[in-house]
Design a protein around this ligand. Structure first.
Ligand code: SAM
Length: 294
């Protein structure tokens, strides 16, 4: 350490904000972390060491970035807000292995970024206190691009974390649970109160760890079709599987062929989408696809 207080200490955070006359932009989800315990939990969950790289999305004034710099061998932080770049360059100057990029993470070519910034690195984690207005698009981009990632540890809105980690049968379980669990194994690390941020957000938060899968948990012939079937089955949560599938794929037909296909997939037509496991969705998509229904 450089003999100064951590950036994330409430005192230093306030000092930095005042020195640079920084004003928070609610529209960019700017809530900065000031709790040392929570930062420890986030960094510990990523299991970093000097052979690992860390990609941070939305570093703010560098609270988490500094912790990552003290643990990982290479750190890249992507921040959309141009006003934060000179602040980050200044406060992170003691850490030459940190690279700050001024970009919208949703527009960045992540494969290129990985090739440039993490070339000699054994494994990479994404670690972030995410802007809540774009949590799902960011996580789905990270997962769908099949990047060489070991794990993703992120602070997100508590309800979204619960939906991502939900099992079949409950009201939190939905297409987001299935999408996230297809690519990763989610685990809730801890719940986080509003009081650990400046300014306090309107919602409760949680830290979630997604261990990225090397192979999907089920065999799927056509991923796009699989996810379309899943989406279709949750269009109206209160409707049965048969009714949702009929509305999407057989709007003009009677129920005979639909019921035969559901029977072939081993799925009772009266069940609801929220009761089907990922294996059952894979089977259903496979049967529909084999029958030419896409
Ligand atoms: N990591 C800091 C912390 O924990 O104190 C700040 C976290 S704050 C919740 C989210 C950060 O993401 C803000 O700095 C915001 O400007 C940035 N951000 C918002 N949208 C972004 C995007 N599309 N791409 C990159 N950064 C973004």
């Amino acid at each position: 350490m450089n003999g100064r207080e951590q950036i994330s200490s409430p005192k230093r955070t306030k000092e930095i904000i005042q020195r640079y006359k920084f004003s928070f932009k609610k529209s960019l989800g700017q809530n900065f972390l000031i709790d040392q315990n929570i930062l420890d939990k986030i960094v510990d969950a990523a299991e970093l060491d000097s052979s690992a790289g860390a990609l941070e999305i939305g570093p703010g004034i560098g609270a988490l970035t500094e912790r990552l710099a003290q643990t990982a061998g290479a750190v890249t932080a992507v921040e959309i807000d141009r006003r934060l770049i000179p602040i980050l360059r200044d406060v992170l100057s003691p850490y030459p292995h940190v690279k700050v990029r001024n970009d919208d993470v949703l527009k960045v070519d992540l494969k290129e970024l990985f090739a440039e910034d993490f070339a000699g690195v054994e494994r990479v984690s994404v670690v972030a206190n995410l802007p809540y207005y774009v949590t799902t698009p960011i996580l789905m981009k990270l997962l769908e691009e099949k990047l060489p990632l070991d794990n993703i540890v992120v602070m997100i809105q508590k309800e979204v974390a619960e939906r991502m980690a939900a099992s079949p049968g409950g009201k939190e379980y939905g297409s987001l649970s299935i999408a996230v669990q297809y690519y990763s194994e989610p685990e809730l690390v801890c719940k986080v109160p509003r009081t650990v941020f400046i300014p306090e957000p309107n919602v409760e938060s949680a830290v979630i760890r997604l261990k990225v899968r090397q192979h999907p948990p089920v065999e799927v012939a056509d991923e796009k079709h699989f996810f379309e079937v899943v989406q279709a089955c949750f269009v109206q949560r209160r409707k049965t599987i048969a009714n949702n599938i009929k509305a999407r794929y057989f709007p003009q037909e009677g129920r005979e062929r639909l019921e035969a296909l559901l029977a072939e997939a081993g799925i009772e037509p009266t069940r609801r989408g929220e009761t089907l496991s990922i294996e059952e969705y894979a089977r259903l998509s496979g049967v529909l696809l084999a029958a030419g229904i896409a």
